[in-house]
Ligand binder design. Structure first.
Ligand SMILES: Nc1ncnc2c1ncn2[C@@H]1O[C@H](COP(=O)(O)OP(=O)(O)OP(=O)(O)O)[C@@H](O)[C@H]1O
Ligand SMILES: [Mg+2]
Length: 247
């Protein structure tokens, strides 16, 4: 296989007495869709926070696009091409869908990057293109708070796409949304991978969704990697069934 685009080596993180992660190794390869699954509290969000540099780690190193980014700040990760969505959707409910799109660059902390800052016209154009791509352009002038859960997830993906990142970390982007929109999101992700070469790491509890979409799956259990393999290998793995799928 090629060199990983994002890699965590020996990541440990404790919160007080809770060992949220213990010596976790994870590698994400360019153009792949990697699933991250595991029971509640197994460390999935903590691993996302570590990889996107939202929290400091106690131990281990993180590499992104060939650089050691262990000490990088989240905005530097964003600039280098990492996008991240959160388990609880973060949109500005009172602002319109379009306004949410327009502020999403500076929201990611790229505001200081004046020299390369795109013009207003370019930003508008990109926002509209993405709203169309995600099939929510008809909602552009609605307050984001009026959207359904699934539409908000689509908006969040569109916002994350504004700076044209290479890698997306999606934390339960599909939770609590209706099956039709799940299909819609699945198709958009496949398209982004196929036609734009984007790379995804996604946390999802729906194993069917993971099986349909992911090339590989990593299973976390009590802060450690329990198993790693193709969706089929994972769903047939005894230890995984016992720790997670069986419940
Ligand atoms: N900021 C924090 N302060 C204290 N403990 C934390 C913090 N964040 C996470 N933890 C603990 O670390 C462990 C891992 O939590 P984490 O949120 O990473 O799990 P998860 O796999 O994302 O769970 P879920 O499926 O419920 O989202 C849990 O025991 C959790 O209580
Ligand atoms: Mg979580």
């Amino acid at each position: 296989m090629s060199t990983p685009i994002l890699e965590g080596q020996g990541i440990s993180k404790a919160y007080g007495g809770v060992q949220a992660l213990y010596r976790v190794n994870i590698a994400l390869y360019p153009g792949e869709i990697l699933g991250l699954i595991g029971p509640n509290g197994s460390g999935k969000t903590t691993l996302f926070n570590a990889l996107s540099r939202v929290i400091p780690v106690d131990e281990g190193r993180i590499f992104f696009r060939g650089q050691d980014v262990t000490d990088a700040r989240p905005y530097q990760m964003a600039r280098m091409g990492l996008a991240r969505t959160f388990q609880v959707v973060r949109v500005y409910k009172k602002m319109s869908v379009l306004e949410n799109m327009l502020i999403s660059r500076s929201w990611r902390g790229v505001r200081a990057w004046n020299v390369l800052r795109p013009s207003r016209r370019e930003t508008y154009q990109r926002a509209w293109e993405l709203l169309e791509f995600f099939r929510i352009a008809h909602l552009a002038h609605m307050p984001a708070g009026a959207l359904s859960g699934g539409q908000r997830r689509l908006l969040e993906l569109a916002m994350a796409s504004m700076p044209d990142p290479e890698v997306f970390l999606l934390d339960e982007a599909m939770s609590g949304i209706n099956p039709a929109l799940v299909e819609e999101i699945k198709e958009r992700i496949q398209e982004m991978r196929q036609h734009q070469g984007k790379t995804f790491l996604m946390v999802e509890h729906n194993i069917q969704f993971i099986s349909d979409l992911c090339d590989r799956v990593v299973v976390l259990h009590q802060g450690q990697v329990l198993a790693e393999g193709t969706p089929q290998e994972i769903t047939e793995n005894e230890a995984v069934i016992e720790a997670y799928l069986g419940v």
